[in-house]
Design a binder for this molecule. Structure first.
Ligand code: SAM
Length: 196
């Protein structure tokens, strides 16, 4: 199924508060991602939330297709960006060779652990050969829920490497960083960049 209904319910109910925060892209990773792609490249953003990352990529001259699986969040991002934001669940991705890049910041961490390799394979299929895929995860060893009832898959670097490999990815780079989240707790993050 690749989605958690309680998590989507949280985002639906909190859409206004969640998308009204003053969020900035993680410049280290978004700049590195964009610098590896020619200006004008077609980029799919998954789980775009408020839309700040799509906004940044558009401002740099990229052809961005923002999407989010929560209807209310997609509408809020659409209002901010002034372009269509598709209400797309990860599980419903069915394109082949359509994108130069796929950006998934802090969203695939909501995919139930057993379903992640299948979603990673769909993403690989949706990319052109040589395309770039970025995703970030809260690091850990297990699955669980936060105080907002959101489901999280907290993977180790080793688990991530296994799941990416199972989904057909050969070139995978992972780096670790301490950051934060909506719960305002210090969090260990894993940033994964993979090339098709
Ligand atoms: N990428 C944005 C950012 O970094 O600010 C938003 C991150 S927020 C933690 C996770 C986003 O993933 C939410 O906007 C939520 O609606 C979306 N999401 C959660 N489960 C999803 C699913 N199964 N399919 C598509 N989007 C999903």
């Amino acid at each position: 199924m690749a989605q958690d209904d309680r998590t989507l319910k949280f985002y639906g109910q909190e859409a206004i508060a969640y998308t009204s925060r003053c969020l900035k892209p993680n410049l280290t990773y978004i700049e590195a991602f964009l610098s590896a792609l020619p200006v004008g490249s077609v980029i799919l953003e998954l789980g775009c939330g408020a839309g700040q990352d799509s906004e940044f990529m558009i401002s740099r001259g990229f052809d961005v297709r923002p999407t989010d699986g929560t209807f209310e969040i997609a509408r809020a991002a659409e209002k901010r960006l002034g372009i269509p934001v598709a209400n797309l669940l990860f599980a419903d991705m069915n394109e082949e060779g359509a994108y130069d890049g796929i950006w998934a910041h802090a969203c695939l961490l909501h995919v139930p652990r057993a379903d992640l390799p299948g979603v990673l394979a769909k993403i690989r299929t949706a990319l052109k050969d040589g395309g770039l895929f970025y995703a970030s995860f809260k690091a850990g060893e297990t699955e669980g829920r936060d105080r907002f009832d959101r489901y999280y898959n907290y993977p180790s670097e080793r688990s991530l490497r296994e799941w990416y490999m199972a989904a057909g990815w050969a070139e995978v780079e992972i780096s670790a960083e301490i950051g934060g989240g909506y719960d305002q707790m210090p969090t260990d993050w894993l940033h994964v960049t993979a090339t098709k």
